[in-house]
Write a protein that binds this ligand. Structure first.
Ligand code: GAR
Length: 249
């Protein structure tokens, strides 16, 4: 199975996935690593391991949109706006800008990923949301979702960009991380796996992050392994799409 990994930062989850592959507990091939910024430390980790890398510079694409570069030819504002649930209730002009500038970046990302013919795209600390333009463009022809994300909170609590921070500031006594398929909302797709840890008196935010990352490094390769073994099935349960984990063999 060919997987691609996207990162925005240091890439410790990417490292955990690469390590699981190299010790033989995860039977996949990591064929490319991409980032939304050229400073992402994960790119260096990939290069050291001899994995091809690329950058889709989101900030540069957003600047191009500001200068008047139009959305891609195959982008339909109406169709994408109808399907998305990232910006519910937003004013039409704000939604248009939000979707159009992302579609410009996403078209570049789709083009850079296309040659690798991936079975699965793994978001390992990738700090961008995808619009339906990207998700449908990437997933075409597949029944099973093909984009998997790790989130630093026990979803559906604390979606967004600072899962551990939000968990800690709320005074939670348990924190955790979640691996899920990506759908048209923010951190709202079917949950594949979760892992939790206690938040003890005296723990500061750094301690919470440290405990959380240790869980992530174990959980993420495990969820990718279930996917690679064909053991994940998305089913409808009381109106919600949930993941059923099939027995081994
Ligand atoms: C991880 O904690 C991951 O859960 C989080 O970013 C960190 C990346 O660390 N992802 C998100 O917040 C996605 N919304 P890493 O670069 O060391 O793997």
């Amino acid at each position: 199975m060919k997987i691609g990994v996207l990162v925005s930062g240091g890439g410790s989850n990417l490292q955990a996935i690469m390590d699981a592959v190299s010790v033989g507990v995860l039977d996949v091939e990591i064929v490319c690593v991409g980032a939304d910024n050229s400073g992402a430390g994960g790119l260096n980790r990939a290069e050291k391991a001899g994995i091809p890398t690329f950058v889709t510079d989101y900030s540069a694409h957003f600047a191009r949109w500001k200068e008047g570069v139009p959305a891609p030819d195959d982008f339909s504002l109406e169709a994408v706006a109808d399907r998305q649930s990232l910006m519910k209730g937003a004013a039409p002009a704000a939604l248009k800008g939000f979707l159009e500038k992302r579609a410009i970046a996403e078209a570049d990302l789709l083009a850079q990923l296309a040659p690798y013919k991936l079975d699965l795209l793994v978001l390992a600390g990738f700090m961008r949301v995808f619009t339906p333009y990207f998700i449908d463009g990437f997933t075409t022809g597949s029944d099973l979702p093909r984009i998997m994300n790790i989130h630093p909170a026990l979803l559906p609590a604390f979606p967004g960009t600072d899962g551990y921070g939000d968990t800690f500031r709320y005074g939670c006594k348990v924190g955790g991380c979640t691996v899920h398929f990506v759908d048209y909302g923010e951190d709202s797709g079917p949950i594949i796996g979760q892992s939790s840890f206690p938040i003890l008196p005296g723990d500061d935010l750094d301690a919470v992050k440290e405990k959380g990352l240790a869980e992530e490094w174990r959980l993420f390769p495990e969820c990718i392994r279930l996917y690679a073994e064909g053991r994940l099935k998305v089913v409808e349960h009381q109106g919600t799409r949930v993941v059923e984990i099939l027995p081994a063999g």
